[in-house]
Design a protein around this ligand. Structure first.
Ligand SMILES: [Zn+2]
Length: 274
């Protein structure tokens, strides 16, 4: 039996407790759809600024999370998220970017990392896969947004490459976590996507999809990300995978697929305290 690594601590927050052992000052987790003040299909803890919810309401939800995590708004750094594989290193200088103004978020990127404390890295989700990274020796933390596009472009492998080539990290010291996302139970894709999956997939015994009908495949996007991280050199035992499916768990998560696009956004976060 596998134990779910993302543990619900508050109505609004799940935390990745396991990484406390690696870095006691790290705060790592994912939000739920509950405990906020948004209405309509954003009920109630919508944290997405770019989905036509009211700005004052999303800002209030974001302030609530800032208080719950004890990471004030000037510590937050938010990414624009364009379903690509570009990753940016940020510092305290970037603090506050995009928390209350989507236009001010870090442009053209789906992945953020830092080696500084008191910076909260964030990205938004409604089914896509949140990837988390931590390297305790060099005190590196990172987050990356991997929908199917970012996954087949291998944004996870890109983070590993940045850390090993530019930050001097030993790949064996890199830990990764794959957060709540749409599961293979609910994620059917077409030939176009599977063609790109096959191209991205390293020579692996494990096939992360199965045919459900002609030209239709159930894809395990979380497993595909794990395979790509292993191919990038991350030891399999250093990779945690959430079993939560954002589509199945309708009481807990927003889901773009399940809600036919009319939905809010959860937030993945990782930060270190001093
Ligand atoms: Zn499901």
């Amino acid at each position: 039996m596998t134990i779910e690594p993302f543990v619900q601590k508050l109505e609004q927050v799940l935390l990745l407790d396991e990484w406390k052992k690696l870095m006691p000052t790290a705060i790592v987790g994912f939000t739920t759809k509950n405990g906020g003040i948004s209405d309509r299909w954003f009920t109630s803890f919508n944290l997405g600024l770019h989905v036509n919810d009211r700005l004052d309401v999303v800002s209030a939800n974001r302030r609530t999370l800032a208080e719950l995590l004890d990471f004030p708004p000037p510590a937050w750094v938010c990414a624009e998220q364009i379903h690509d594989k570009n990753i940016v290193k940020v510092t305290k200088e970037n603090g506050g970017q995009g928390i209350f103004d989507y236009e001010a978020s870090i442009k053209g990127t789906d992945g953020l990392y830092t080696d500084e404390p008191d910076v909260l890295l964030t990205t938004c989700y409604a089914d896509c896969v949140p990837l988390y990274f931590l390297e305790p020796e060099r005190k590196l933390i990172g987050v990356a947004h991997a929908g199917w596009k970012g996954t087949v472009k291998n944004i996870g492998g890109e983070m590993v490459k940045k850390w090993t080539e530019q930050e001097g990290a030993d790949v064996n010291s890199i830990h990764a976590a794959i957060g709540p996302a749409i599961g293979k139970c609910c994620y059917v894709v077409d030939d176009h996507v599977i063609h790109l999956v096959k191209k991205a997939l390293p020579s692996s015994e494990t096939v992360p999809y199965r045919t459900v009908s002609k030209g239709q495949y159930a894809l395990d996007l979380k497993l595909l990300n794990k395979l790509l991280l292993v191919a990038a050199g991350v030891p399999p035992e250093n990779i945690l995978v959430s079993s939560y499916c954002t589509s199945c768990e309708s009481g807990m998560f927003f889901s773009h697929r399940r809600d036919h696009g009319k939905t809010g956004r959860m937030l993945s976060f990782i930060g270190m305290k001093k």
